[in-house]
Ligand binder design. Structure first.
Ligand SMILES: [Mn+2]
Length: 392
């Protein structure tokens, strides 16, 4: 069995309010699907966020129909789930519309029982859990849910162990950078051979105890973190390559990443002394730009600079420029004093005393310390008075 695994196409996303970016997202998804058709796969799995919004405009819907039609023409069934961006609480979602058109099969909980060539239903309370059975393989999945809701549903084992499970969420052990939103852990998931995941926009493929956990990522550059190239110019010029974009072809449960060409998104961070320094640094980074690229330029400096002059130079060299200037204050020298320059002898001996761990509470320590230092007997003095004494 050979399948393609895609996710997070985000069709209709006018990044930075630029209409041509929505075209880019459609182009990248189309290139991915064209590449899928060439690879002669049996099925396609889409792990959510096919659209950027749950109510895409007619133009975006038309793009989706035309692209998915490339797969239908080849009789390649598409199994999909809704992501956090394109799910809806309304009765009919955009996925239901595409399903009516025969362009995909939607997996997950529904009010109605479904049975067709590829789809089966399993009863879950008042709902039906719609899953796929293809070539003897069971493919379960569901719409994006909060980790709280997902864990509650999994307490009742709503998703059973299966061959492939399709989900749109962050799985903590799979994502090795800090997750900014909700996540689940491995123990929350059903057992499967292949976890067809969506939601994380950079490609990740991990093998954990004989199971594959795969995020294909977004086929376009969704935000500045997904740069193609990063230029840092503080003391010296440092250029680092960014992330590849694409999807996975999985043959006999072995995933292979397929790269898609998309527009460059270049992130540049510059620290400058003055306008002259800024212009000379800008001149040096021109070689890394191209007239089709998006440039996000962040300039940091102690003195205000003429951003418009820089903009005029760069605008000729890139497709779109986003430029920001942030004034930074002079580096403040932090003097690190030695402990005996800060505290007097009495305080130092108190600190040493506080480090002792053989006392039950801080009050015991203080009582004992005061008794030792000043010869006061703790039985004769109340705790409150002791504290008053210390504060005074
Ligand atoms: Mn997404």
């Amino acid at each position: 069995m050979k399948f393609a695994h895609l996710a997070d196409a985000h069709l209709g996303y006018e990044q930075y309010h630029l209409p041509f970016r929505a075209e880019d997202f459609a182009k990248s998804f189309k290139s991915a699907v064209e590449s899928v058709v060439e690879q002669d796969v049996d099925i396609v799995i889409i792990s959510g966020d096919l659209f950027h919004r749950s109510n895409p405009n007619p133009k975006t819907i038309k793009q989706a129909i035309e692209i998915l039609n490339l797969l239908r023409r080849e009789n390649i069934p598409v199994f999909a789930i809704e992501g956090n961006h394109d799910k809806t609480i309304k009765d009919v979602s955009i996925y239901d519309l595409l399903e009516s058109l025969g362009l995909l099969f939607k997996l997950g909980l529904r009010k109605k029982f479904v049975k067709s060539d590829f789809l089966k239903s399993k009863t879950f309370g008042n709902y039906s859990l719609v899953y796929a059975n293809y070539d003897g393989l069971t493919i379960f999945g569901d719409t994006h849910r909060s980790s709280h809701q997902f864990k509650l549903l999994m307490e009742d084992r709503y998703l059973p162990d299966c061959d492939i499970v399709v989900l749109h969420m962050s799985v903590k052990e799979v994502v090795d950078f800090e997750i900014r939103d909700d996540y689940v852990t491995l123990k929350d998931l059903p057992k499967a051979k292949y976890y067809a995941l969506g939601h994380i926009h950079i490609p990740i493929s991990k093998n954990i105890s004989d199971s594959l956990f795969v995020y294909p990522g977004c086929p376009e550059r969704f935000d500045a973190r997904e740069y193609s190239l990063k230029i840092d110019y503080f003391d010296e010029l440092v250029v680092s390559e960014g992330y590849e974009k694409g999807f996975f072809i999985v043959k006999n449960f072995k995933p292979k990443f397929v790269k898609i060409d998309c527009r460059d998104l270049i992130l540049a961070n510059l620290s400058v002394k003055d306008q002259k320094d800024a212009l000379s640094k800008i001149k040096e980074i021109l070689d890394f730009l191209n007239t089709e690229s998006l440039l996000i330029l962040r300039i940091y400096g102690e003195r205000t600079i003429n951003v418009e002059e820089i903009r005029a130079i760069l605008e000729r060299n890139v497709k779109n420029l986003r430029i920001s200037f942030e004034k930074i204050s002079k580096e403040r020298k932090v003097e690190v004093k030695k402990i005996n320059e800060v505290f007097n002898e009495f305080e130092l001996s108190l600190i040493e005393y506080l480090k002792r761990s053989d006392f039950e509470s801080i009050i015991d320590i203080v009582q004992d310390f005061v008794e030792r230092e000043f010869g006061l007997r703790k039985r004769e003095k109340k705790v409150g008075t002791l504290l008053d004494f210390l504060e005074g």
